[in-house]
Design a protein around this ligand. Structure first.
Ligand SMILES: Cc1cc2nc3c(=O)[nH]c(=O)nc-3n(C[C@H](O)[C@H](O)[C@H](O)COP(=O)(O)OP(=O)(O)OC[C@H]3O[C@@H](n4cnc5c(N)ncnc54)[C@H](O)[C@@H]3O)c2cc1C
Length: 405
């Protein structure tokens, strides 16, 4: 692993800084900086943010691996340049790529499996946040064992008629479209009878019912389909081959959740919290036990960041990440949980106050993060399922006997 940047990359960094100085002012930073959301409610970007993103795409700084034809920056694969852009945009608190199920997962799935028409219609508008998406995979009887899903889609002339129910659908109440897995061949073996459909959420016959979660918010929903009709052309990939398409989406979902950036920001916040909170007349950060725990989580975070660099090095050599690529989702979500748990301990009695209470430490931001950290261990495949993947596909251990197909 080589951690230094040569002269060419240093020059590139200067170029990126000049771009940011010219296009993202202090005023922009104050008004719009730091608005990224990983998980939770996704909202439409403000016009100024979209305008900046369009310029950054034009300059080749955002969506570098997406062809210009579909609204991307289309640049040669260069993970070091991408890392520099990430660092500089973060430093300037400038908007990076949109994050969410549409831009981070569906777009790449469409690039792999979509028709020209689907790419043209959806990719650019999704990258800019003009079209918001939700993911209709889980059902009341199908989570970890997703292939047991039962929502049916039957072809009637030129339309799919959809009946059934999805659950835990993040952002369904805001989304314009859903990418969904449906059972189109009820008689085929369970993995072979699934199709991948793009569904307009305004289609008659769709009902969205928000679920209240323990943060007090309603980010998840149940979605009911009652004879909802969508065109035959709404399918991505071949009929009955949706499982293959869904694997692509899941791969991108786990990469999104396994990103270490969020943990680094959480740790910075934790240190600030430990400095601000009083513990027996001294800042909590001077308590040797809490200091020890802060060092422990930072050590784990550094290990995760170095692991990301290892993956980056492998990528830059064109190597398949294999086992090392399976680790980040499990490792970073567990670390998020540990950090949030530590924040609760640092907050002491204040951790009992609800998010948003004026007297709660950091306005209860960490209580909120703690409640979310339990969910993120589950989203995109639970920690146990990640362990199964690492054991079976990564280490070649025998398959779980109960999961044999
Ligand atoms: C924050 C969040 C966001 C989400 N967003 C979406 C979304 O937008 N769209 C969507 O479709 N879904 C979404 N989900 C749902 C998520 O994908 C499922 O919750 C997840 O796949 C687990 O399924 P389940 O809840 O049915 O639990 P189950 O599959 O019933 O699992 C229950 C428990 O059994 C364990 N378990 C199950 N099978 C095995 C096994 N083979 N080996 C070992 N242990 C096992 C699990 O680890 C878990 O502890 C979201 C969930 C969360 C928490």
């Amino acid at each position: 692993m080589d951690l230094s940047y040569n002269a060419e990359y240093q020059a590139f960094r200067t170029e990126v800084r000049a771009f940011l100085d010219g296009h993202w002012s202090d005023g922009d930073r104050a008004a719009h900086g730091g608005s990224e959301v990983l998980i939770g409610r996704i909202t439409r970007p403000e016009p100024r943010v979209t305008e900046f993103r369009m310029r950054a795409i034009e300059a080749g700084y955002l969506y570098r691996n997406i062809p210009r034809q579909w609204g991307g920056g289309e640049q040669p694969f260069d993970p070091l340049r991408s890392a520099i852009i990430r660092e500089e945009f973060k430093r300037a608190r400038a908007p990076r790529e949109m994050v969410g199920q549409g831009p981070s997962m569906l777009v790449f799935t469409l690039l792999e499996h979509g028709t020209e028409e689907q790419k043209k219609r959806f990719i650019r508008s999704t990258l800019l946040g003009e079209v918001l998406w939700c993911q209709g995979y889980s059902e009341p009887g199908a989570g970890s064992d997703l292939a047991s899903l039962r929502t049916r889609a039957e072809l009637d002339g030129d339309q799919w008629v959809i009946n059934g129910q999805k659950i835990w659908t993040s952002n369904a109440q805001e989304a314009d479209w859903m990418f969904a897995l449906v059972r189109s061949e009820p008689d085929a073996p369970k993995h072979d009878g699934i199709s991948y459909l793009l569904i307009d959420m305004k289609t008659p016959g769709i009902t969205v019912r928000p679920l209240r979660q323990m943060t007090g918010e309603s980010d998840f929903n149940e979605v009911f389909f009652d004879n909802a009709r969508v065109p035959r052309s709404a399918i991505v990939g071949d009929r009955g081959k949706g499982w293959i398409v869904s694997r692509s989406t899941l791969k991108y979902e786990r990469a999104l959740i396994g990103d270490t950036d969020i943990n680094r920001r959480t740790l910075d916040g934790l240190v600030m919290l430990a400095r601000a909170i009083d513990r027996r007349g001294r800042p909590a950060i001077e308590d040797p036990v809490l200091r020890g725990r802060l060092v422990e989580v930072e050590t784990k975070l550094i290990a995760a960041e170095l692991h990301s660099m290892r993956l980056l090095t492998m990528q830059s050599r064109g190597e398949e990440p294999g086992l090392p690529g399976m680790v980040p989702k499990l490792y970073t979500t567990q670390l998020s949980y540990e950090m949030a748990r530590l924040a609760m301990d640092i907050s002491g009695d204040g951790a009992a106050l609800a998010p948003g209470e004026p007297e709660a430490p950091a306005m209860g931001m960490f209580v909120h993060a703690y409640l979310w950290s339990l969910g993120i261990l589950i989203a995109g495949g639970t920690a146990n399922i990640q362990r199964n993947i690492i054991a079976e596909r990564g280490l070649g251990l025998p398959r779980d006997a109960s999961q044999k197909r």
